[in-house]
Design a protein around this ligand. Sequence first.
Ligand code: ASP
Length: 338
Amino acid sequence: MKHNKVLIIYTGGTIGMVQDDNGALHPFALERIIDAVPQLRHASYDIDSHQLSRLIDSSNMNPTVWVEIADAIEREYDNYDGFVVLHGTDTMAYTASALSFMFEHLAKPIVLTGSQLPLGMLRSDGRENIICALEIASTHLFTIPEVCIFFQSRLYRGNRSTKVSAEEFSAFDSFNYPSLAQAGISINCRNELVLPRHTLPLQVHKHFCTDVAILKLYPGITEAVARAILDLPSLRGIVLETYGSGNAPTEPWFINAVRNAVDRGVIVIDVTQCKSGSVELCRYEASCDISQAGVIGGRDITVEAAITKLMFLLGQYPDDREKVKKLFTQSLRGEMTI
Ligand code: ASP
């Protein structure tokens, strides 16, 4: 049987970090990663690697770097069976969501992984994560044509994932969609949960609009704070993090601020602050007013997927607000339950 080939794309993050003289962690070169996992030299698949122009702590992630990652994958798409992206955990769920929207008609796995402890440390969780991510991206046994996150024995759909712990090795979860695969003695894939493999040619979309914001509601939010964001002249889209099933204050100043934004052409998406469950507009009176003001229900989408989807759709269709609104309510890459 021919050896499958995987390309590792190294972006930075804890997995490859070393401590400087002051004890602070900063990213280090890719060779150190391969040295720290010598088992990779005996893998039953071929591994090549590509390092981004600048290694970053993922707190510095932005759409320009997403495009750099996508460019690296697109250039080599026909030469590899799968891709593993080494990434910091802090914004991994945002990058996984963004990449999922960028890659239309994906037929190969793109698996993001990282670690809570650097690979160079004895107790690092990175070895397990990188080896399993490579196995999943290279296996002949199943194909997961999706952008995923592998972390501590589980493979999640990327745009359903959220970082849930700054301490535990199981740093990610996917509250509204089951994990796609689990690594035990063997790696078991739940094929029925995986998106269908596309036969149409791959398309990579690279435009994002960053004139967006997230406004999280909390009891006591003032009109001045809400308006400072909702009235921003450059604002094109906003994710409103609401309570429960999509509820928000019914006070007139709040509804007016939201209505003014919608009337100016801002796309307002209602996403719940709850970890699991779905927005259901008008289930309570407290979501009817914003619904009537023109807010769009984001169903069970994560905040990470909602903001990247908004940036992506506004980037693709800058002059077609109706199309952005319509596409937002559809599940483009399995990011929400319809
Ligand atoms: N600050 C790091 C990063 O996101 C954390 C990590 O990699 O786990 O790059």
